[in-house]
Design a protein around this ligand. Sequence first.
Ligand code: GLN
Length: 488
Amino acid sequence: MARLFELPVWEASGQIRSGELSAEEYVSCFLERVERLDGEVKAYITVVREKALRQARLVDRKVKAGLKLGRLAGVPVAVKDNICTVGIRTTCASRMLENFVPPYDATVVERLKAEDAVILGKTNMDEFAMGTSTETSYFGPTRNPWNLERVPGGSSGGSAAAVAAGMAPLSLGSDTGGSIRCPASFCGVVGLKPTYGLVSRYGLIAYANSLEQIGPLAFNTRDCSLLLSVIAGRDLRDSTTLSVEAVGYGEALGGNLKGFKVGLVKELMGEGTHPAVVEAVQRFAGKLEELGAWIGEVSLPILDYALPAYYIIAMSEASSNLARYDGIRYGFRAEGEGLDWSREFSVTRSLGFGPEVKRRIILGTYALSAGYYDRFFLKAVKVATLIRRSLAEAFKKFNLLLAPTMPLPPFRLGEKISDPLALYMCDIDTVPVNLAGVPAISIPCGFHGGLPLGAQLIAPPLGEESLLKTAEAYEKAAPEMFRRPPLG
Ligand code: GLN
């Protein structure tokens, strides 16, 4: 029998709405797991126990009163700590924002609340979302619930670990170059990076705003669809959002994959990819074939330039976005006797940011400076355009593209942290998606040495429904891939 925390969200919320299950009991079950397991996993930076319980009781009272409740009635959600929550500190896992309590909610958080969801807490991440392992957090690393010696992936490592360990049924992450998909893959859960502009970034603390999107993480595809349906749609406070009406993504689920054409990306399956990953993705493709899809191969040679282009654009935007942390307006401030403004500014930034963030600000500033702007930033932007075009070409022949999410299984804590280039290389399969602005999903597709592996499906702009439909068909055909870590 499924334990309460394993109940799919779409079922739990139905039971809460009908009064069969109390929201207080449901929320308490996750709080109890957090208390028991998070001392080791460290998925959360902040847990708002009392607030969550109060909110749950309110939902129960509304049910008793016969009031109409939202789609996430009484469902706890863990929110990445770079997404603003009114009255709950939002740290970006940085000393710079250690005590920052936002005066407003991000649009996605407002939407959760409008559907009667319960915010459970804020999850750990790489500092300012810069990283692939959740090791650069000022609060210390998150550990992979499948093996506490391994990284959970990053930068939304806390959000993925919380869902995998049953410390939240749903979570929100953000994905600038893979930060939802990478930890989803490493922790064995479903994570979706939406089309650029589908989900509002209002209240998301910016790292590289031309690349990033907030998106859902869940234990199964249907729950992932439900959370996406709640957060997607036009927002007047984010002028980059698209004028599309939010869709009920779950309605597209079901059916077979007959006539679906899926292109396996040659450049992302070759050299540098761990053999266990190649094998798992091939088996995944085989399963889709059994389900009626047609599998072909596609070559995209331009992807050789994706990683350098991504890092130049991401660091350049970061250097500009992080200029606001000056110790004057908000956040950490180094105060000292006799420090003049310029000295205070520089000491604040030296102490407030960790080494990876500083490295990126310096490199980004360099890439944007006079004389180098044309050689680096502009060139990288041109590469992004070529990648977008070459994907658009590929989508004339294929409905979806398929690649690994990560080129390797979850690595050991500390294994790569002193070698930034080795860490950046891990993003090879995920960054093309952000440069092109298209949606992609990571789906659990195998295990290697007891550690989860993920397959990545990529769709044309606004192709979220086909991603979810394909993921759901696979999930039904291969339920053994959707497993819980042996944590208790
Ligand atoms: N690992 C990539 C980076 O460090 C992606 C991070 C993200 O998506 N936020 O930039």
